[in-house]
Design a protein around this ligand. Structure first.
Ligand SMILES: O=C(O)CCC(=O)C(=O)O
Ligand SMILES: [Fe+2]
Length: 398
């Protein structure tokens, strides 16, 4: 959708000269409300004298009208600069379209700044932290995964997946996945990282708002390895079992470990994940308690609705074993009552699914409550039709 901001020509900033070319501003300015995901923006890093950070221009470029995307960098730059100048100068923005456009710009600036900050944060860790096991950072399937799992994914059929999996309730898949040696190495790498954090007093970000402990693996060098794990192994399975939530188009992830036990987190409250598909693998070591409890899949609207008895599952973690489920499958983790438990979590996301969801008005095929409501509406409508028919039959026979 294009959002047009008709900017008064008199208020234009003067045309800028970039690389010797004077570019005249167009008659009216347009930005798309949703950015183009395929477009690779130009870099503006060399334009240091700008009033705005170069990063803002490469971020805003995705919002340009489609016809502009192939134009020269100078033309795009001029166009975006004019918009930014106009909006940074005008204190008063009364027109609704202008306010909307300004919101797009603000959101773009905010996200560009936070992406940049996170990039710098990660860079600071990666250039200072010395890994313990370098081999962990590349995805060598036979060292990471048990042979039966590798074979099932290579065969790539529903039957091959099911041959190594259990499905204790619909939508929850459990299977043996990680080699014990890999689990042990990853555990000691996490310990090594935590030691470094402690010694250097580096303030790290925890995996999410629910955890006081745990570490984001993507932040200390494991992003590429986990991306490969998602692309080559999680996505083929999700394509078969979770197609309606973007299982075949998973294209980014958040990878982390959670840590429970003495001096760590104890339990995890009832929640849904910020993911389309979640992989949760127990790394070890020895513990009691810590069961995962599941209570049915729900969309945003129905996230707090009652659980049906057939939706109840309590699952006990086993080191090396994975649980794969939809992010919207409500769940939590019970208290780890003794020992220590560390789990690897990969929250897999699909930008395509998230984009499509914005325009979805109908009920969700994957939400159990939406489906129950839909069935109820159908029953009511069938009953009403039946009543009407009976009434007509009664009328004609009397
Ligand atoms: O502790 C667990 O196994 C569950 C972790 C979890 O659900 C999460 O981090 O989102
Ligand atoms: Fe979770």
């Amino acid at each position: 959708m294009a959002l047009e901001a008709s900017i008064d020509r008199r208020n234009h900033a003067q045309s800028a000269t970039t690389n010797g070319a004077v570019v005249l501003p167009p008659a009216s300015y347009r930005l798309r409300l949703n950015p183009s995901s395929e477009h690779k923006p130009d870099s503006y890093d060399d334009l240091h004298q700008l009033e705005f950070t170069p990063l803002l221009f490469s971020s805003l470029e995705r919002y340009l009208p489609p016809t502009m995307l192939s134009m020269s960098r100078d033309v795009k730059f001029q166009y975006m600069r004019d918009i930014l100048m106009k909006y940074s100068r005008d204190g008063e923005r009364t027109r609704e379209k202008d306010v909307l456009l300004w919101q797009v710009i603000c959101a773009t600036i905010q996200s560009a700044v936070s992406v940049q900050r996170h990039k710098e944060y990660r860079q600071r860790i990666i250039s200072n932290y010395q890994p313990l096991h370098r081999e962990l950072f590349t995805m060598h399937a036979p060292s990471v995964l048990v042979p039966a799992f590798v074979k099932a994914v290579r065969d790539n059929t529903e039957a091959s997946f099911r041959s190594i999996m259990a499905e204790p309730i619909p939508g929850i898949y459990t299977f043996e996945m990680l080699q014990p040696r890999f689990c042990e190495m990853l555990l000691s790498e996490v310990e090594n990282f935590e030691r470094w954090v402690h010694d250097t007093r580096f303030r790290i970000m925890r995996p999410n708002t629910m955890n006081k402990f745990g570490a984001v693996l993507d932040d200390f060098g494991l992003e590429t390895m986990l991306d490969k794990l998602m692309n080559d192994f999680i996505r083929p399975i999700s394509k078969v079992f979770f197609p309606e939530v973007g299982g075949s188009t998973l294209d980014s992830h958040h990878g982390f470990v959670v840590e429970y036990g003495m001096d760590r987190d104890v339990e995890l409250g009832f929640h849904v994940d910020d993911s389309e598909v979640t992989l949760n693998v127990c790394l070890g070591r020895e513990f009691s308690g810590g069961e995962l409890f599941f209570r049915g899949v729900r969309c945003d609207k129905h996230v707090n609705t009652e659980t049906q008895s057939e939706e109840i599952l309590d699952y006990s973690h086993v080191p090396g074993y994975a649980v794969l489920h939809r992010g919207r499958h409500r769940h939590g983790a019970r208290a780890t009552t003794s020992g220590s438990r560390v789990n690897l979590l990969v929250w897999c996301r699909s930008s395509v699914f998230r984009e499509l969801k914005k325009y979805q008005k109908e009920c969700s095929s994957w939400c159990a409550e939406c489906q129950r409501e839909k069935k109820e509406r159908q029953c009511i409508s069938i009953a009403a039709t039946k009543q009407e028919l009976l009434k007509r039959i009664g009328n004609t026979s009397s």
